[in-house]
Design a protein around this ligand. Structure first.
Ligand code: SF4
Length: 458
C-alpha cells in the first residue's frame, strides 16, 4: 500500500484498502476557522440538535485567521460566533484573537494595519499554526474546512479539506466516508540550488500535470531528496497539492518529522503519541515521475491558474505593480529569511507587502539578528510594508480594508501565496503571478519578474 492507503486502512480498522474503496474513517482532528466555522456549527446544530456536544472536545481545533484585522462588522461577527461556540462546548483548542472571553475584537485605528492587534492566544493562519501548536501528528487523519488543509501532509499525515456539511457531520460523529484516492508518486532526488526554493518544486510539479492533473488523487513525495528538505519546505509543497486538484499531499516520515512533532507537542502539551506509516515495497501508483532538485530553476505560475508554469528568467517582460510575501504557503520564517537574503542592503521599487503567517513568525523575525539588525528591520529598511497582524490578509482578497488587497483593476502582483485564479487577491481584473519569496524579492527590486539568482550569485 502507499502512504495514504496505509493511513486510511488503519483509520478504517482494515488490514488493507485499495484505490476506489469507499470506507468510513475515524478523524483524529477536525479544524475549522472563521470563514467556514459558523456554517459548520450551523450544520452541526441543525442535524444533531441545539444542545448537542461535539464528539470529542479535544479533537476540535478552531483557529480564526481569515478576515480578522478588518472593520467589517460581519467578519467580526463570525469570530464572535466561534467564541460563543467554544465556550458553550468548553473547547480547549480555540485560538481566539482577543484574551477576554467576554469581549469583542474591535479595529483600533490608532494602531492601524501594521501594529499588532491581537491577544496572547491568537495563533495566525490555521495551516501554519496547526503544526506550531502541536496538532499535526504522523499517521493521523486531519479534516479541515479549508482546501489547504493538505499542508499537514508534510508530517506524514492524511490531511484534506472538506465542506461545511461534512465537517458538521464529523463534529457530531468523528467519522467520515472517504473514497480511497489513487496515488501519484513524485520521487525527489538531488538538492535545491541557491536561489531555488520549495515553492519552485511544487510550481514545477503542478506545471507538469496541470492545475487539475491530480484531481481526487494523493500526491506522494518521497525519495532520497526529501531528506534535504526542511519541514517548512515540505509544508510549502504539500500545501499546494490542492492547486493540482489533489485530495492530499503526503511525505515520508523521517528524523526531521519526528524532531519537529515531538518538540511541538511537548511545548504545547498536546497529544504526544503517534504512529507514523511507512510505504510498502509493493505500491501501486497511477503516475510516477522524478523531480531532480539540482536541475530546478526559479519558476513562476502565471495568471490565471497555478498550472501556467514558466521560468522566471523568461518573464522579464512582465512589469509589476506590487509584490507580496505571506500566507500559509509563503509566510513562514524560512520564507522571510530568503526574502531578506535577497533584499538585504537593497530597496524595493514597487509596493511590497510582508504578512507573516503567525505571531510566532513575527517574533522570529523581530528577534533574529543579522549583524546589528533584525530580519524585520532589514525588510523594513528595504521598503517592505511589514505588518505584525499575522493572518491570511490579502491572500484571498478579503474585505476592502484588508492589508495588501488589490483594490484596483489591472494591477499585477508577484506573490509567494498559493492561488492565482482571477480575483483571488482582490479585484477580478487584477493578475497574480505565483513565485518563491526569493523570486518575489528579486522582482520587487527590479519592478519586473526577475530570476533571483541574479542577486543570490552576486
Ligand atoms: S493564507 Fe491564504 S491559502 Fe492559506 S488559509 Fe489563508 S486564505 Fe487560505
Amino acid at each position: 500500500m502507499t502512504l495514504t492507503e496505509k493511513i486510511l486502512a488503519r483509520a478504517a480498522g482494515k488490514s488493507s484498502v485499495q484505490a476506489g474503496d469507499n470506507i468510513w474513517v475515524d478523524a483524529d482532528v477536525l479544524m475549522t476557522h472563521d470563514v467556514c466555522g459558523p456554517g459548520t456549527i450551523g450544520v452541526f446544530k441543525r442535524e444533531f440538535g441545539k444542545t448537542a456536544k461535539v464528539w470529542d472536545r479535544k479533537k476540535v481545533v478552531i483557529i480564526p485567521d481569515h478576515y480578522i484585522f478588518t472593520a467589517d462588522s460581519l467578519s467580526n461577527r463570525n469570530v464572535d460566533i466561534l467564541r460563543a461556540f467554544a465556550q458553550e462546548q468548553d473547547l480547549p483548542y480555540f485560538y481566539d484573537v482577543i484574551d477576554d472571553p467576554a469581549g469583542q475584537w474591535k479595529f483600533d485605528a490608532t494602531k492601524g494595519l501594521l501594529q499588532k492587534q491581537y491577544g496572547s492566544n491568537y495563533a495566525g493562519v490555521c495551516h501554519t499554526a496547526l503544526p506550531q501548536k502541536g496538532h499535526t501528528r504522523p499517521g493521523e487523519i486531519l479534516f479541515g474546512t479549508d482546501s489547504h488543509t493538505c499542508m499537514a501532509g508534510a508530517f506524514n499525515q492524511f490531511a484534506t479539506g472538506i465542506g461545511n456539511t461534512d465537517a458538521g457531520f464529523v463534529m457530531g460523529t468523528g467519522k467520515l466516508l472517504i473514497k480511497v484516492p489513487e496515488t501519484m508518486r513524485f520521487r525527489i532526488e538531488g538538492k535545491l540550488q541557491p536561489g531555488v526554493m520549495a515553492k519552485d518544486v511544487i510550481l514545477h510539479c503542478i506545471g507538469e500535470i496541470g492545475f487539475d492533473g491530480a484531481t481526487y488523487r494523493a500526491m506522494q513525495f518521497d525519495g532520497p531528496g526529501v531528506a534535504s528538505l526542511s519541514m517548512d519546505d515540505r509544508m510549502t509543497i504539500a500545501n499546494m497539492a490542492i492547486e493540482a486538484g489533489g485530495k492530499n499531499g503526503i511525505f515520508e516520515f523521517d528524523a526531521r518529522t519526528q524532531e519537529f512533532v515531538e518538540g511541538r507537542t511537548r511545548l504545547n502539551g498536546t497529544k504526544s503519541s503517534f504512529e507514523p506509516v511507512f510505504a510498502d515495497k509493493e505500491q501501486k501508483f497511477v503516475y510516477e515521475t522524478v523531480i531532480d532538485l539540482d536541475k530546478l530553476e526559479p519558476t513562476v505560475a502565471c495568471h490565471p491558474d497555478p498550472g501556467q508554469r514558466k521560468k522566471a528568467k523568461e518573464m522579464g517582460h512582465i512589469k509589476l505593480d506590487r509584490a507580496y510575501v505571506g500566507s500559509c504557503t509563503g509566510g513562514k520564517t524560512s520564507d522571510f529569511v530568503e526574502f531578506a537574503r535577497v533584499l538585504h542592503g537593497r530597496k524595493v521599487t514597487i509596493d511590497t507587502f510582508g504578512v507573516p503567517a503567525t505571531p510566532e513568525i513575527v517574533g522570529d523575525l523581530q528577534n533574529t539578528r543579522w549583524g546589528n539588525q533584525t530580519i524585520w528591520q532589514i525588510l523594513v529598511d528595504a521598503g517592505v510594508r511589514m505588518t505584525e497582524n499575522a493572518g491570511c490578509a490579502a491572500c484571498l482578497g478579503g474585505p476592502v480594508d484588508t492589508f495588501g488587497r488589490m483594490n484596483q483593476p489591472g494591477l499585477k502582483c508577484i506573490s509567494a501565496t498559493n492561488r492565482n485564479f482571477p480575483g483571488r487577491m482582490g479585484h477580478k481584473e487584477s493578475q497574480v503571478f505565483l513565485a518563491s519569496p526569493a523570486t518575489v524579492a528579486a522582482s520587487a527590486i527590479a519592478g519586473k519578474i526577475t530570476d533571483p539568482r541574479e542577486y543570490v550569485s552576486n
